[in-house]
Write a protein of this length. Sequence first.
Length: 298
Amino acid sequence: MRRTSTRTRRRTHLHVAFTGVRHRHPAPTSSPPDGDPELLALVADPYVSVADAHERLDALRVAFEERADRRGVFLSVYVRMTGAVADRIEEEYFDDVDWVRAYLVTFANFYRQAVYDDETGNRAALPAAWRLAFDAARRGDSLVLQDAALGVNAHINYDLALTLERVGVGPNRAAKYADHARITEVIRRIVDETQTSLAARDAGGLETLDESLGRADEWFVVFSIDECRDSAWRTAVATQSRFRSRRRLARWLNDVTSTGAARLLCSSRLSDHVHEAFRALEIADTDGSSAKDSAKDE
């Protein structure tokens, strides 16, 4: 798979950054101040280990599914990816296992904190990318793939750079980057499995859509995650600069690019007609009319 050129990548980042700057951050919307006690019990306390994070994230996923809460769309993807990385830790796939454990737990705690702030009504504390993702989930009018992508954007395009900054990209930066790349490779290998899970959970027609697109959709997802994770690494490196101006610029760009990407994802309808055609593909059942037939009817 051919990666984009540096020029194309920079042009894309400038576009999403401009989108983030051009639009003001979304104003906090109201939500129940007390929150759901069961959900809060799962996110109130920090995760302390990889096993703890995976177990409680999965319990949160189940709780979201029981409530038909669309925040669970992204979480179903994230739990699967966390479990896959946790398995590779046990297999001694990584060089610096302690660093990868700290990486995984810290990363999960950024997500946990976002859900906690959303659930307690402290939405002013939420990063803009998460606020847009949770608002879309609450409205319920986006596609399943949009809900998943909004969560991936907030967690990777925003949280990951902060995670890497906190756990540190040095010393032995090259070795740490190698483990960072190994995590990306783990994610790459489970893209098909993740899409199958999403189809089974939320959008039966995704399977038909997946078959019609062949490998193109997997390439797009992996390529996007590759670029996002590489960008997060570069941002984290910049936050370690001895120059204060570069550190501040890196954190600012991390915010505006993740916000811009969320804005673009939220406004990605080519038209209402196309949007509804894709929704028909998502919800097509397996024993009724095919997704292709549903799309033709739109």
